[in-house]
Design a protein around this ligand. Sequence first.
Ligand SMILES: Nc1ncnc2c1ncn2[C@@H]1O[C@H](COP(=O)(O)OP(=O)(O)OP(=O)(O)O)[C@@H](O)[C@H]1O
Length: 563
Amino acid sequence: MDIFQVLTRGANVKKSNRSGVNADFSKSKTDQNVTFLPGSTRKQDTDQQLTKELDFFRNKRTVLKAEKEHQATEDSLTTSPEKLSNTPVDDRATLRISNAEEAAQLRKSYGGNVTGEDLPLPIGSFEDLVTRFKFDKRLLSNLIDSHFTEPTPIQCEGIPMALQGRDILASAPTGSGKTLSFVLPLLQQAINSRKTEGLKGLIISPTKELANQIYLECVKLSNKIFLDKKRPLAIALLSKSLSAKLKNKIISEKKYDIIISTPLRLIDVVKQEALDLSTVKQLVFDEADKLFDQTFVEQADSILASCRDPQLRKTMVSATMPSGLEEIAQSIMMDPVRIIIGRKEAANSNIEQKLVYCGNEEGKLVAIRQMVQEGAFKPPVIIFLESITRAKALFHELLYDNLNVDVIHAERTQIQRDKIIERFKTGEIWCLICTDVLARGVDFKGVNLVINYDVPRSAQAYVHRIGRTGRGGRSGTAVTFYTKLDDIAVKPIINVMKQSGTEVAEWLDKFSKMTKKEKEALKKGKKSGDRSQISTVPKVVKQKKRQRKEMVEASKKRKRLEE
Ligand SMILES: Nc1ncnc2c1ncn2[C@@H]1O[C@H](COP(=O)(O)OP(=O)(O)OP(=O)(O)O)[C@@H](O)[C@H]1O
């Protein structure tokens, strides 16, 4: 039986049922959204799997409903039947938060920690936005059409803060709806300032894939929204072709209300004076800790310097918030609001995290093959490696194993990358091998399993990588392989596991304590030892080679005996 058959068996998906996988994975938007519809079977299943405190997609409903029911029982003992019959039926889609006490209760339900001066109340529902902020009804209708019926905790907090014109530093788990939390206020404020010309909102993302994803979300939510009779709300992804058109004045820069871009492309266009950022009122750094790390910080600074409007409002968002980022935020923001949902530096609690000791590099391949045979390799799967060379090598190895696999890394062209992502989304590819280029932000809805073939370089990288599963309220599994070379690198991972509430064996717990020397080594960037190559020689070739060697040796032996 070849590995493909084993995989099919392991995944419990018959070949004839492949469309079933597609439907569950990503193709069907309806299916994806059904997950969040009240009363759906899958929702009930997931409810059972998630802890009450950190169920980012629906625990408020559960908690508030329980609290309301409790209150109703108490009321029924003390109030008249008339009052009871007039009590509105609890409906999370119209829940309103009207005072500090209710706000505190709501925040407690989702483990929200919000600090800053003069804080606005969170919203209890998207409907709440209409009454409190004159939220555009067309936007609300597009939200409902997209099956976004209830705000997630980061949306409850982030949207009112942004609409009140606050600078925001926000952290919430991977896959918990941060995108909508900054996209909605941007769209609303662009609608509000319809009369002014020029760019109003700017979203910066570290990768093209993520920028494209945010762009598509903006387009979906701004559907059929016109700023006046002729002019639709104009949103653009700063692609190669658009930047060429802007530079050659084929398109007027004034045309766009909101632009989404990676840092370098934006800076290039701005330097050539093809795009003026001085009118920008809202600037969002998605994956802010990445955008302000050593690789990007100069570019982020340059963008900040070009956004010269004194009223500029800034937002920094990420699932991880190292203390360095907080310091940067304090230095560039005015009176910021700090929003933390869940535990800082913890992974999404929907993800089951496992560590697998593989001894050496060969052990990792054995472990993958074992997972396939045991049915633990449930597609769709993403496998992360630390370098392009290693990603390519594993790709060839698994290709030989007949796994339905492809690979994405920085050396592949954008067209290739887009095609592979599309094929992975539609279920044509079941296993995607990649470098950290896909570690952040990318939303593949139904990914069941993430494998860290190589231990990630930091706790943050780990949180983002494994966050490609367990998104939007679904559950997922993350497996991290480690070898004897990773004795230091694996320690921060164990600490994230502990932070996220994963039980770790006592010996691992003890092992994870870092000595001063190790902490320094980690700071200096010494993570793992030199890895040996992933074998790219197919098994049969290896077997034949071994047989030939054995035959040669046997014949030599025979000759020696004859002499
Ligand atoms: N209010 C909502 N109701 C239902 N689904 C939602 C809601 N908000 C967002 N989602 C869905 O949840 C998924 C994850 O959202 P999103 O990509 O914004 O996560 P994120 O927090 O930005 O994650 P990451 O840290 O990995 O970037 C998406 O598929 C999105 O469509």
